[in-house]
Design a protein around this ligand. Structure first.
Ligand code: FMN
Length: 344
């Protein structure tokens, strides 16, 4: 009996993209992408926190066309919207991290490459700008060649993830189900001596160690408090990245819109502050910029785009979000992202 093909998904463009991705990604991998830790409360609340922000638009400013170009830690990008690090991209699309890199480059953005990447850094291709994300192994020196290989292949900074002593428990994610998924697509860049253990005892000293080992600036990813942000900067961080890991670590961790307010208030002009978690539309980006973020990163939507359409899908996602942000800035009377903080 012939089965009717499933009808094309309908609805808002990002929902269509997500549905197309769900249909093309292995069900166990899909469960892993979507999951939040615990009951998934932090994951579920993430977007609502951006939706709760209200703007006070400015008028009579002859804005015309807003110019979205900006810089993230000195790197020029066509908009303040970049791609967060995520593992298992080769399980999402055969092109993996390389296709992601090509899509991001086409959009004129930057992405952060997970240190659990399944693609060797040297094979990412000479696409656009990228940063390395770091999970430090218990034996720190095993990470030195990883960082050096990344920098030799073009990484301009390292984002040290500090919210993951080990992966949070995610009910419904069953690694036994991963039939057909090549687990060598995990940690292709660590030396063989690395046994895959997680670092459960990071300290402030690791920031300076990593900066010296990599020879590039360190961004600390996973900060949710103003006091921690200042401790990171005092310890040598170049920038702070507010994140609760997409709700995948401590369930009921504070949403990143709330945390961003506190971190920006503490950091002031001392360093750039970035944010991720639940950014799903240009108007969410406007909220983050208004709260003081220099740039935002998208996690799951980039994986949906990669899964549904490969690199061109990633470029399209970033282009759509950029267009939405442009309209929001113009409607709000802002000529550039820098003017968004005036909207609150
Ligand atoms: C499947 C998946 C894998 C991830 N892998 C990593 C990782 O290797 N390193 C890291 O720092 N963050 C990782 N993250 C967290 C993202 O960088 C980011 O913080 C989060 O996805 C942002 O939330 P969003 O998905 O709502 O945009 C991962 C997230 C997902 C969904």
């Amino acid at each position: 009996m012939d089965l009717e093909p499933a009808p094309e998904p309908q609805g808002p463009w990002l929902e269509v993209l997500r549905e197309r991705a769900r249909r093309s990604i292995h069900p166990a991998v899909w469960a892993y992408l979507q999951a939040g830790a615990g009951e998934g409360m932090t994951t579920a609340e993430a977007n609502d926190a951006w939706r709760a922000v209200r703007f006070r638009p400015q008028v009579l400013r002859a804005v015309g066309e807003a110019d979205l170009a900006t810089t993230l830690l000195g790197t020029s990008v066509t908009s303040p919207i970049a791609v967060a690090p995520s593992a298992m991209q080769r399980a999402v699309h055969t092109g993996g991290e390389r296709a992601m890199a090509e899509g991001v480059a086409e959009a004129g953005s930057l992405h952060v490459v997970s240190s659990n990447s399944g693609t060797r850094f040297a094979d990412l291709g000479a696409a656009g700008p990228w940063w390395l994300q770091a999970y430090l192994p218990p034996e720190r020196d095993l990470f030195r060649p990883v960082a050096q290989a990344a920098v030799a292949a073009g990484a301009r900074a390292v984002a040290l993830t500090v919210d993951t002593p080990y992966p949070g428990s995610k009910p419904g994610v069953d690694h036994e189900d991963w039939s057909g998924i090549d687990l060598s697509w995990w940690r292709a860049n660590y030396p063989e001596a690395d046994d895959g253990r997680w670092q459960d005892a990071l300290t402030l000293e690791d920031i300076g160690w990593l900066r010296d080992a990599a020879g590039v600036p360190v961004v600390v990813k996973g900060v949710l408090r103003g006091d921690d942000a200042l401790r990171c900067l005092d310890a040598g961080a170049a920038a702070v990245y507010v994140s609760n890991h997409g709700g995948r670590q401590l369930d009921r961790a504070v949403d990143t819109a709330t945390a961003l307010r506190e971190v920006v208030a503490a950091v002031g002009d001392r360093a750039e502050v970035y944010v991720d978690g639940g950014i799903r539309a240009g108007v969410d980006v406007l909220a983050a910029l208004a709260l003081g973020a220099r740039g935002v990163f998208v996690g799951r939507p980039a994986l949906w785009a990669l899964g549904a359409e490969g690199g061109p899908g990633v470029a399209r996602l970033l282009g759509e979000l950029r267009s939405e942000l442009k309209e929001c800035l113009e409607q709000a009377g802002c000529a550039s992202p820098d003017e968004a903080p005036g909207l609150l």
